[in-house]
Design a protein around this ligand. Sequence first.
Ligand code: URA
Length: 206
Amino acid sequence: MNETVRGIKSKLLFDLNERMALSCICPLKETANRAVPGDGNADAEIMLIGEAPGKSEDLQGVPFVGAAGKFLDEMLTSISLKRDDIFITNIVKYRPPDNRDPLPKEILDCEEWLHEQIGIINPLLIITLGRHSMNHFFPDKLISEAHGKAYRREFPAGRSQTFYTLYHPAAALYNGGMRETLKQDFLRIPKVLDVIQSGGQEGDNS
Ligand code: URA
């Protein structure tokens, strides 16, 4: 990808953030300090999608900068990636009060921005972090069964996308077994990417 296309993607994301700040209808906007639209490389092959901003993210306007973010950074390092190599965002763009789970309506209100981000970045692989993110794309799956597996999903307009589903780093942080499982699932990411890049069929269509 040349510099011009990269610049265009960054500009499109910048414009999207401006529009989101002005016209997002999510009621969480009223209680949050600021929007947390997303961060990273507009030209990334990998896009990670978490749940919702927490306290640190709400203060800084950047996703995954708290304890879960530090754990995520360690896992990225374990596969020789940095934040600058990926794009990271959440299904909900504003912090829910007291870090409660986002409500279905809040997820729906933020959906247009997430899907526009996916369209602009056009990643090879989307990694969902946690059940809320996974269930946004695969409502019937259980994270306990789906983690560490790749799936394909069709989007309107005929686009097909590969997903890889993981436990949420915050859930795994203080649970030894889940933490180890997440680290092992994370180590499979390069293999999943390789299969996609070689035109293989990583993932089922369920
Ligand atoms: N948890 C998330 O899901 N997203 C963040 O940005 C931070 C913590």
